[in-house]
Design a protein around this ligand. Structure first.
Ligand SMILES: Cc1cc2nc3c(=O)[nH]c(=O)nc-3n(C[C@H](O)[C@H](O)[C@H](O)COP(=O)(O)OP(=O)(O)OC[C@H]3O[C@@H](n4cnc5c(N)ncnc54)[C@H](O)[C@@H]3O)c2cc1C
Ligand code: FES
Length: 292
């Protein structure tokens, strides 16, 4: 593994692919040997990855951290366009360029019941998050003592997919003791409907919203619906549910230089301004995001 360059706060390396396994339809888990990033990365942060030596596509793509061990980090990707079609061809021993850890990550505030809401490939940051909250694993070791208490008593994943084939990583979540609430568009697994229906049910079961915390990741329309749902729930109850949202805004550099990743974020005075998702995000307070 060669260090290509190192800037304060993140590493940029050529690193070896160790393993590639199928997680679901068109979805793979790619294990990359990169101890420097694996040991430092915190829940909700991301890495930029590109295929080493490839000119097209030249720009890296952002990937949430799915899991880590001492030496390796795993990303989980859905085969979608140019880069992820190239990823499908990667085999152990091949090299990728990787830079990270990047972004702010989730706040990881303790709570009684953590509810994670995912659609599309938005489940990827939540395996690490669940394991961390339930005290089964620690990420960003420098900041967390190994014997730290669990941060939540209960962790639920509301996860929506087109159909049963597209769920990816369900066994990983079950092994981590996460309660699953699945929805599909066609009813082939879980409830027929939208993931926001599953979230609504969780909120209805917990009308006092005591110790509830919601985090969401997925397509923009889904995230906007989650924000609206939590907002109207908060208006109608005396307990405010904190909501954090991880945006999947397309990115070119991942390090704050190109401004390709801006999102409209509400400021303290009520106005909005553009904020770079790679630097000030990808995680934002749900109430602060302005949806067009
Ligand atoms: C912080 C962050 C974390 C991410 N984590 C993951 C992850 O864990 N797993 C994963 O599979 N993907 C993740 N993504 C998305 C990923 O970065 C790529 O955008 C995606 O894999 C498609 O890349 P591609 O080269 O295959 O497709 P491309 O050839 O780049 O794109 C194909 C088409 O999709 C559009 N497009 C590209 N990116 C997006 C986007 N983010 N949202 C909407 N439309 C888009 C393009 O405009 C184009 O029309 C994440 C993105 C961000 C910002
Ligand atoms: S991706 Fe370049 S500034 Fe955010």
């Amino acid at each position: 593994m060669a260090e290509l360059s190192s800037c304060p706060g993140y590493h940029y390396r050529a690193a070896q692919v160790v393993q590639q396994v199928s997680l679901g339809k068109d979805t793979y888990r790619l294990r990359i040997q990169c101890p420097q990033i694996a040991r430092a990365i915190r829940v909700g942060q991301f890495v930029m990855v590109r295929v080493h030596g490839l000119q097209d596509p030249l720009l890296g793509r952002a990937f949430a951290i799915y899991d880590t061990d001492e030496d390796c980090l795993d990303i989980a990707y859905l085969v979608h366009g140019k880069m992820t079609h190239q990823f499908e061809l990667l085999r152990p021993g091949d090299q990728v360029d990787i830079w990270g850890p990047l972004g702010n990550g989730f706040s990881m505030a303790p709570t009684d019941h953590l509810v994670m809401v995912a659609g599309g490939i938005g489940q990827t940051p939540f395996l690490a998050m669940a394991q961390h909250y339930l005290g089964r694993r620690r990420y960003g070791a420098a900041e967390m003592p190994a014997d730290a208490e669990p941060l939540a008593n209960r962790v639920t994943l509301c996860y929506g997919a087109r159909n049963a084939e597209y769920f990816a990583g369900l066994d990983d979540f079950r092994t981590a003791a996460v309660e699953l609430r699945l929805t599909t568009d066609d009813g082939s697994l879980g409830e027929k409907g939208l993931v926001t229906d599953a979230l609504q049910r969780v909120l209805d079961e917990n009308t006092r919203a005591d110790g509830l915390r919601v985090c969401a990741c997925g397509p923009e329309r889904m995230l906007a619906s989650v924000c609206e749902l939590v907002r109207s729930h908060n208006l109608n109850t005396d307990r405010r549910i904190p909501l954090e949202v991880s945006l999947e805004t397309p990115m070119a550099c991942g390090i704050g230089i190109c401004f390709s990743c801006v999102a409209k974020i509400r400021q303290l005075d009520g106005s909005w301004d553009y904020r770079r998702t790679c630097i000030e995000g990808p995680v934002f307070c749900g109430e602060a995001i302005v949806w067009d």
